[in-house]
Design a protein around this ligand. Structure first.
Ligand SMILES: Cc1cc2nc3c(=O)[nH]c(=O)nc-3n(C[C@H](O)[C@H](O)[C@H](O)COP(=O)(O)O)c2cc1C
Length: 330
């Protein structure tokens, strides 16, 4: 496949893994890159520069292909500035191919010093955004592309709640830099649709959880296969950070607290980060929030990353030629 994204990054398939706190470790990252996509290493799982640099080097030992690093820049939640400095310096020094930046725009953070540092180091910088307004601002500032994140996505969709099917073509109408559809994509039909909407590729996260290389408890894999597209919900508007999570005991408690006007202190025990490993590694599925997107309805099995990517591209090709056939019919 050839798109502006594959050309820019030298990858075989225009399929990128999105940042996944507690899941996007070096083995998964390298497996996706080895399979022809762009694997993701999520910085927030590492406490300092040395830990993070070690993880980047681990990926490099497992693959000679490019990969992307996610930095979720949210200074307001109390992450010390030294941590972000460490991440950006390590990315520049290690010559990582690309950065997925979510949250605060990097060109506005600390006077744009890290934005310039990464640009000079040749790192391709992408901002994950949920609105055309933010996309335009990214283009103006000199980002290499945007991840257009629709409301279907797992993680933290922007509270403007625009769906992928509208957000992608709106971004394409307004921007010249590459637009990559994010949220709601889990198979070849989604990839074909995104390309038809004008995207240069797709970013997925939820689907990658059900791969052999994503180290989670067997119960997690089984749960994602069992659940349907209508079994996630949005939450968090009352605390100023919208998220999407799977329906379970914890999310019902959070929704109840929000409905009663409860604040962050009441919500925190149900969403606290430490609970994450209990879910993913122990398989205790009611001990916190499970950040997945509506694409769980499209997850029916566990595949290797290679099987998943090859299958997606084959399916996309078949879907596109089938559609083309419709125009050529008598
Ligand atoms: C388990 C999980 C953890 C995530 N963690 C992060 C994160 O730390 N930072 C971030 O920017 N996005 C995060 N996301 C969002 C993804 O990077 C991506 O934007 C989104 O999930 C894509 O939509 P999809 O889930 O429909 O594929 C996470 C998503 C999932 C499913």
């Amino acid at each position: 496949m050839k798109t502006r994204l594959t050309e820019m990054l030298g990858i075989k398939y225009p399929i990128i893994c999105g940042g996944m706190m507690r899941l996007a470790y070096p083995p998964l990252c390298a497996a996706i890159s080895n399979a022809g996509g762009l694997g993701n290493l999520t910085a927030a799982m590492y406490q300092d520069k040395s830990e993070f640099t070690t993880a980047i080097r681990e990926v490099k030992q497992l693959t000679d292909k490019p990969f992307i690093v996610n930095v979720t820049l949210l200074p307001s939640i109390g992450v010390p500035p030294e941590r972000y400095k460490a991440y950006f310096e390590a990315i520049a020094e290690e010559g990582v191919a690309a950065l997925e930046l979510s949250g605060t725009p990097l060109h506005r953070y600390e006077g744009g010093v890290y934005f310039e540092l990464l640009k000079k180091a040749g790192v391709r910088i992408f901002h994950k955004v949920g609105s055309v307004r933010h996309g335009k601002s990214a283009q103006k500032a000199g980002y290499d592309g945007v991840f257009a994140a629709g409301v279907e996505e797992g993680g933290h969709p922007l509270n403007e709640n625009v769906a992928t099917t509208v957000l992608t073509p709106r971004m394409v109408e307004e921007l010249d830099i590459p637009v990559i559809t994010t949220g709601g994509i889990a198979n070849g039909l989604g990839l074909a649709a995104a390309l038809c909407l004008g995207a240069e590729g797709v970013m997925m996260a939820t689907r990658f959880i059900n791969t052999h290389e994503c180290r989670v408890h067997q119960k997690v894999h089984e749960e994602l296969i069992k659940r349907q597209e209508n079994e996630t919900t949005l939450y968090g508007n009352s605390i100023g950070l919208q998220g999407r999570a799977l329906l379970n005991e914890s999310i019902y408690k959070v929704l109840e607290i929000e409905a009663k006007g409860g604040g962050l202190e009441e919500i925190i025990p149900h969403i606290a980060g430490a609970l994450g490993d209990e879910i993913w590694q122990e398989g205790n599925l009611n001990t916190g929030l499970i950040a997945v997107g509506q694409t769980i309805g499209l997850v029916h099995d566990v595949l290797s990353c290679q099987e998943l990517l090859d299958q997606m591209v084959k399916e996309a090709e078949a879907a596109l030629s089938r559609s083309l056939g419709m125009f050529q019919a008598e």
